[in-house]
Design a protein around this ligand. Structure first.
Ligand code: ZN
Length: 191
C-alpha cells in the first residue's frame, strides 16, 4: 500500500459503499493508519491508497501513541451543515502544498465503525474541516476543487507541476496507464 500522488485516477474515483466489515478491510484500515502517521497526516481516505472503498481514518492529534483519538469512518454521510468558515488545508496527495478552502463551520456526520456500529458526531473547528475534506475524497472530490479564488490562482502552477511529475512517473512505468488503473479500481469495488 502506498499513498498515490495527484493525478492518480483513484483520486477522482467515486467509491461505492462498503457492504461488509471483514479481515481484509481491518487490515487495510490498520495499514492506512500506519501510512498516515508515517507521512505526518491527520486523515487519510481509501482513495488516497488506490482503494475504491468508502472509508477514511482520522487522528486529529497526528500522534500514533494517542490511540483514543483514532477514528474510522465507514460509509460516512454528512447529515447537516451550518455556517461557513475559511481555513488552510493540506492533503497527503499533494505533499507540501497548502491552500485556503471554505467549508461548513459545523456539521453532523453519521458513519459506521469497524464493529459495524452506527455513530453520529456533531463537529466543528478542525474536526469538521477534516471530515468534510476526507468525505470529499470518497466522491473523488479534492481540496483543489474548493480553493478560494486567491489560493486557486496562487497554486495553479504548483498543481500543474504535480500533474507533470505524475505523467513523467507514468511514462517511466512507476504508475500504469490511467485506463489500467480504472479497470483495477472497478475490479476492487465492493460487490
Ligand atoms: Zn486529502
Amino acid at each position: 500500500m502506498e499513498i498515490v500522488p495527484y493525478c492518480h485516477p483513484a483520486l477522482r474515483w467515486k467509491s461505492q459503499p462498503i457492504r461488509e466489515v471483514n479481515a481484509e478491510l481491518r487490515r487495510n484500515v490498520e495499514e492506512m493508519f500506519e501510512l498516515m502517521y508515517a507521512h505526518k497526516g491527520i486523515g487519510l481516505a481509501a482513495n488516497q491508497v488506490a482503494l475504491p472503498y468508502r472509508v477514511f481514518v482520522l487522528n486529529l492529534s497526528g500522534d500514533k501513541d494517542v490511540k483514543e483519538e483514532e477514528l474510522v469512518f465507514l460509509n460516512p454521510e454528512i447529515l447537516r451543515r451550518k455556517g461557513t468558515t475559511e481555513g488552510e488545508e493540506g492533503c497527503l496527495s499533494f505533499p507540501q502544498m497548502y491552500g485556503n478552502v471554505k467549508r461548513a463551520a459545523k456539521i453532523a456526520v453519521e458513519a459506521f465503525n469497524l464493529k459495524g456500529e452506527c455513530f453520529e458526531y456533531a463537529l466543528d473547528d478542525l474536526a469538521a474541516r477534516a471530515v468534510q475534506h476526507e468525505t470529499d475524497h470518497l466522491d473523488g472530490v479534492l481540496f483543489i476543487d474548493r480553493l478560494t479564488d486567491a489560493s486557486a490562482r496562487d497554486l495553479a502552477p504548483v498543481i500543474a507541476d504535480f500533474e507533470a511529475q505524475y505523467r513523467r512517473w507514468q511514462a517511466e512505468g512507476r504508475f500504469p496507464p490511467d485506463e489500467v488503473v480504472r479497470q483495477e479500481l472497478a475490479r476492487l469495488e465492493p460487490k
